[in-house]
Design a protein around this ligand. Structure first.
Ligand SMILES: NC(=O)c1ccc[n+]([C@@H]2O[C@H](COP(=O)([O-])OP(=O)(O)OC[C@H]3O[C@@H](n4cnc5c(N)ncnc54)[C@H](OP(=O)(O)O)[C@@H]3O)[C@@H](O)[C@H]2O)c1
Length: 419
């Protein structure tokens, strides 16, 4: 048994090896709907641990871990153990999964296993978070690797390498080149809940625009592919008025294949552009207003100039914000109220600062561009008393551009699979 781990607000978490046929706490999951099982897989040798939580001397089984061997060659050092976890519904969302997976990785390392793996569905963002918090590192995507009742699924592969193993293993950081990566799998949307992600490109010295006041000169073809992917299955692209004035967005258009996928997901034919503006001084003659499949939304706080408001209403779907709180929370709530739950915030710097202050950001997809441009910063505004923490769940690189994906860390509650 490993050292018990005290977890704030939960109790003490331990893992305990048990026989394969020991009773398991019931833990249904959308990722466990297997359909017909292969008789061959029934012969797979699996090790099991019970996850227990102790509070005031009373111990409750809350879930279990399993591990099976994966052989990458005929030598003992080529044997990795692939772990899986399940937690009873009522114990999810408290950080137990991250602790248990870290404990089992440490126990296996202590027994001489250098490489502990975990594979999880590309859509299972909560488990990806838990693995990151457990100290696992994302290695890539295993395409079409798991068959469940509804067909083949891609899995992400994560690993936890024994820090005491060979220096090469201990220090290697695996960065998958963007070549050969299926971007749709690399930038998934969670199902069944709203999601707010930011997408920005930033130079090595923190600039978000070049000398022309626009971001295009900082970007690359691959960065534009990533941005297109992040938008592709979104409901809405949210920007500040400054960005529209600088960048002059064009109407969003989707390819035929994407349209079919959007329709299957119940999304409109293209993401809607949503612009936040107090002044309502916007480039109304830009084609984005007249030629978008769905008219852009303009969100404005109370007190707009009546003439400008009338002009805005002639070109856009105007939402008057209630003006009760910080302004940006209301923007997000107004989009949700319209059924627009998959939000990509593309900046600019002042809107991003507003969103940061709401605490509602779920994900930041930041591209680091290999340039020094002098000038600029990502978010402008009064700093937060307590900066909001994020954790890195993915890095891809191509032609010296680094594409990162960070997920918000909102305490233990954020680290477990959504129920
Ligand atoms: N590198 C990148 O990825 C990237 C991405 C986007 C933009 N950019 C760059 O960023 C620059 C634009 O940034 P920016 O800070 O000037 O503009 P911004 O953040 O796009 O827009 C700021 C404007 O949005 C409106 N606004 C924001 N929050 C509001 C709220 N709560 N209530 C009412 N209005 C609100 C205001 O519009 P009004 O002024 O109309 O009142 C405000 O002036 C450009 O140079 C652009 O190229 C870079």
């Amino acid at each position: 048994m490993t050292v018990p781990f005290p977890l704030d607000g939960v109790g003490t978490v331990t893992i305990r090896r048990v026989d394969n046929d020991a009773p398991r706490p019931e833990a249904p999951s959308e990722y466990d709907d297997w359909g017909e099982r292969s008789p061959e897989a029934a012969g797979l040798r699996v090790e099991r641990w019970l996850i227990e939580v102790a509070v005031d001397g009373a111990t409750t089984p809350v879930g279990d871990l399993s591990a099976h061997a994966v052989w990458n060659g005929p030598t003992i050092g080529s044997r990795a153990l692939n772990i899986g976890i399940s937690l009873a519904m009522e114990w999810r969302g408290r950080g137990i999964g991250a602790v248990a997976q870290r404990l089992v990785a440490e126990e296996l390392h202590a027994e001489g296993v250098t490489r502990v793996e975990a594979s999880t569905d590309v859509a299972n963002i909560a488990e990806q978070r838990a693995l990151a918090r457990a100290g696992f590192q994302l290695e890539g995507v295993l395409r079409a690797s798991q068959q469940r009742r509804d067909g083949l699924h891609d899995l992400q592969l994560w690993s936890h390498i024994d820090p005491g193993a060979s220096p090469a293993a201990a220090t290697s950081t695996v960065l998958a080149s963007i070549d050969g990566i299926d971007l749709a799998r690399a930038y998934p949307w969670p199902t069944g809940r709203p999601w707010l992600r930011a997408m920005m490109v930033l130079t090595l010295d923190g600039a978000v625009a070049g000398a022309d006041g626009r971001s295009g000169s900082l970007s690359s073809r691959t960065d534009r592919r990533v941005m297109a992917e992040v938008r592709r299955l979104s409901d809405v692209v949210l920007i500040g008025a400054g960005t529209l004035r600088a960048e002059h967005y064009t109407p969003m258009r989707m390819r035929a294949g994407d349209l079919a996928e959007r329709t299957a997901l119940g999304l409109d034919q293209a993401p809607t552009l949503a612009v936040v503006s107090g002044s309502l001084d916007l480039p109304w003659t830009d084609p984005v207003f007249a030629e978008s499949a769905t008219p852009p939304i303009v969100l404005t706080p109370p007190g707009a100039d009546p003439d400008r408001l009338a002009e805005a209403r002639a070109h856009a779907d105007v939402i008057l914000l209630p003006g009760e709180r910080d302004g940006t929370t209301e923007v997000v709530e107004a989009l949700h109220a319209r059924g627009l739950h998959r939000i990509v915030c593309e900046g600019g710097v002042r809107l991003l600062a507003g969103v940061a202050r709401t605490g509602l950001m779920d994900e930041v997809d930041l591209t680091l561009s290999p340039l020094l441009a002098a000038g600029g910063q990502v978010a402008v505004g009064p700093p937060l008393e307590s900066p909001m923490p994020f954790e890195l769940v993915q890095t891809l690189h191509h032609e010296s551009f680094l594409f990162t994906r960070y997920l918000a860390r909102r305490g233990p509650a954020a680290s477990e699979p959504p129920t």
